[in-house]
Design a protein around this ligand. Structure first.
Ligand SMILES: [Ca+2]
Ligand SMILES: [Ca+2]
Ligand SMILES: [Ca+2]
Ligand SMILES: [Ca+2]
Length: 152
């Protein structure tokens, strides 16, 4: 670490000693909170608790960043020929139990009610689901990306 050193993104280390850390963000043009996975952009922020810069998201996962009704938390709508919830299936509605009420479903099918995604890796803890910040020292995969205590 020294002034002028190359900043390595996403390691929370301020290599170039300018008081900021470099994080990979994703453009969020439609402001639905989910960024375009094809637009990673490294931006320096004050610290890990900072909000994403305007028009960027901490999280990728938006399959249409020009429409705020289309993202991983959207309900799949039948018959519009659009993959509303970005799960790769168009106009297929399967409902899953969301026991912890965080909007992300478990792998368990629900008969009638339930959410239209099955992305939750811990459906007993509303703080644990995709598209949330990984907490770095708790030994838990908070954001369901299969990686414990690391950003990206
Ligand atoms: Ca978006
Ligand atoms: Ca649809
Ligand atoms: Ca859930
Ligand atoms: Ca963690």
């Amino acid at each position: 670490m020294y002034p002028g050193a190359t900043e390595v993104p996403d390691n929370l280390i301020d290599e170039d000693c300018n008081g900021k850390i470099a994080i990979t963000f994703y453009a969020d043009k439609d402001n639905d909170g989910f960024g375009n996975p094809n637009s990673p952009t490294v931006i320096e922020i004050d610290n890990y608790d900072s909000d994403a810069p305007d028009n960027y998201s901490w999280y990728a996962g938006d399959c249409d960043d020009n429409n705020d009704a289309i993202n991983p938390l959207a309900d799949e709508i039948v018959g519009n020929d659009i993959d509303d919830n970005c799960d790769g299936n168009t106009d297929v509605v399967e409902r899953y139990i969301d026991a912890d009420g965080d909007g992300y479903g478990s792998q368990q099918f629900a008969a009638a009610q339930g959410v239209t995604n099955n992305l939750d890796c811990d459906d007993s803890d509303a703080e644990i689901h995709p598209y949330t910040k990984e907490l770095l020292k708790d030994g838990i995969d908070n954001n369901c990306d299969g990686i414990i205590d690391k950003i990206n």
